[in-house]
Design a protein around this ligand. Structure first.
Ligand code: IMP
Ligand code: MG
Length: 180
C-alpha cells in the first residue's frame, strides 16, 4: 500500500523489453561500426544503460574501449536549464578515433549536440550516437541519433539510470512518476 501523497511510478518500459532492445542495439552496433570503437558514456543518466550495452556488445563480438564524460543541463528539476555544462571530461585522446556517444535520453538535443561537436572538434575520425530513449516531439537542436532504443512521448521518465533530483536511478524499469 502506498501512503497518501507518496509518488507512484507507473511502468512505461519493462525490464524485459529493455533487455531485448539493448541486445538488438548491440547487434546493430557490432554489425555496422568500426572494430576499433571508443564509447563515450555521458553521465550520469546513462550509467545503467551503458553497463548493459557494453556487455551486450561483448556478447555480440564487439570489444570497444569505454570512457566517461559528465554533462548536465537539468539541475534538480523536471525542466532543462538550456545550458549544457561539462563537469568531467574524458581522459582519452579522440584524435583519429571512431567514437560512439552513449546517452540515456534525447530531448531538446542540446546535450547530444554539445558532446558531438566537442568530440568532432577534437579530431575524432567519426562520431556516432546511441540513445536509449528519444522524445521526438521535444527536439530543438538540429540533431538525430544513429541508434535509438525507444521513442517516447512528452513525459518525464525515471528509472534505469534516469533520475528526478537524483532519485529513482536504481529502478530496473523505465517509469513515469505520478502523484499517488
Ligand atoms: P536535452 O539536452 O534537452 O536533449 O536533454 C537531455 C538530457 O536531459 C538527458 O541526458 C537527461 O539527463 C535529461 N532528461 C531529459 N528528459 C528527461 C526525463 O524525462 N527524465 C530524466 N532526465 C531527462
Ligand atoms: Mg543525461
Amino acid at each position: 500500500m502506498t501512503p497518501a501523497g507518496e509518488p507512484v511510478v507507473d511502468v512505461l518500459i519493462s525490464e524485459d523489453a529493455i533487455a531485448e532492445r539493448v541486445t538488438g542495439l548491440a547487434k546493430d552496433i557490432a554489425r555496422s561500426e568500426s572494430e576499433d570503437l571508443l564509447i563515450v558514456v555521458i553521465l550520469k543518466g546513462s550509467f545503467v544503460f551503458a553497463a548493459d550495452l557494453v556487455r551486450a556488445l561483448d556478447r555480440a563480438g564487439a570489444r570497444p574501449q569505454v570512457d566517461f564524460m559528465t554533462l548536465s543541463s537539468y539541475g534538480e528539476g523536471m525542466r532543462s536549464t538550456g545550458t549544457v555544462t561539462l563537469s568531467r571530461d574524458i581522459s582519452e585522446d579522440v584524435t583519429g578515433r571512431h567514437v560512439l556517444i552513449v546517452d540515456d535520453i534525447l530531448e531538446s538535443g542540446r546535450t547530444l549536440l554539445f558532446a558531438r561537436d566537442l568530440l568532432s572538434e577534437r579530431g575524432a575520425e567519426s562520431v556516432k550516437t546511441c540513445l536509449l530513449l528519444d522524445k521526438v516531439s521535444k527536439r530543438q537542436a538540429p540533431i538525430e541519433a544513429d541508434f535509438i532504443g525507444f521513442e517516447i512521448g512528452d513525459q518525464f521518465v525515471v528509472g534505469y539510470g534516469l533520475d528526478l533530483a537524483h532519485h529513482y536511478r536504481g529502478l530496473p524499469y523505465i517509469g513515469v512518476v505520478r502523484d499517488g
